[in-house]
Design a protein. Sequence first.
Length: 227
Amino acid sequence: MIEFKNVVKDYGNGVLGADHLSVRINQGDFVYVVGPSGAGKSTFIKLMYHDLTATSGEIRVNNYNVAAITNKEIPFLRRELGIVFQDFKLLPRLTIFENIAYALQVIEKQPEEVEKRVNEVLKLVGLSDKAQNFPNEISGGEQQRVAIARAIANRPGILIADEPTGNLDPDTSEEIINILENINQDGTTIVMATHNSNMVNEHKHRVLEISAGKLTRDQEGGVYENE
Ligand code: ADP
Ligand code: ADP
């Protein structure tokens, strides 16, 4: 569960990245966050995982009061959320297997459990045969599938994706949305910021539209016309 109540993010330069945002996203929802460049989509997403601190208002993610979280609690909040970025952010000197394993090792999972889970998530994204390759040896779409596998390895209840198909061609984007929909079928909440109007219109889900930091539309199965 994600809940924003009257959230303001004032960047201090006259820009409100979030302007009294209120919204509730329930467990298992699939939500697109749409709007033009500079609308506040990244701000909204970064507030969820406390990459940014809200100026005022309340943010809850599961049992965490994110706006008032202590530094000690931040790593625990982040375990509830998997995050995927437009530029994948894989570690170039680690293999695909090691990139995913690393995410589990840092939270002190036992080696046997790490190996089992890495193999499971690689299978889920269809990349079992690439486990020993390095990121620069696979395509952009495959790299994004690895990033998704890494993000869900710890079974977070929520998967956040900021423009995950921004660097990918339409066919590859289609593979990515299919994987995200499969993950959603298992009960994981998906929050995806996107400019990709074809995807929003062909794979219908709830649409949150943001404009100048304000929530201007909240529509189940809504369409989106890109500017
Ligand atoms: P989007 O993700 O929809 O493109 P952002 O959330 O990145 O939008 O940005 C929303 C607004 O806040 C924009 O006007 C942007 O220039 C501004 N902004 C974002 N980050 C900062 C920052 N660190 N300092 C000042 N202004 C920022
Ligand atoms: P994204 O939308 O993925 O955050 P951007 O290119 O909008 O990417 O921003 C890159 C970085 O610069 C982000 O950390 C963002 O917060 C910051 N940023 C964006 N707009 C501004 C701005 N007007 N002033 C200062 N920093 C900004």
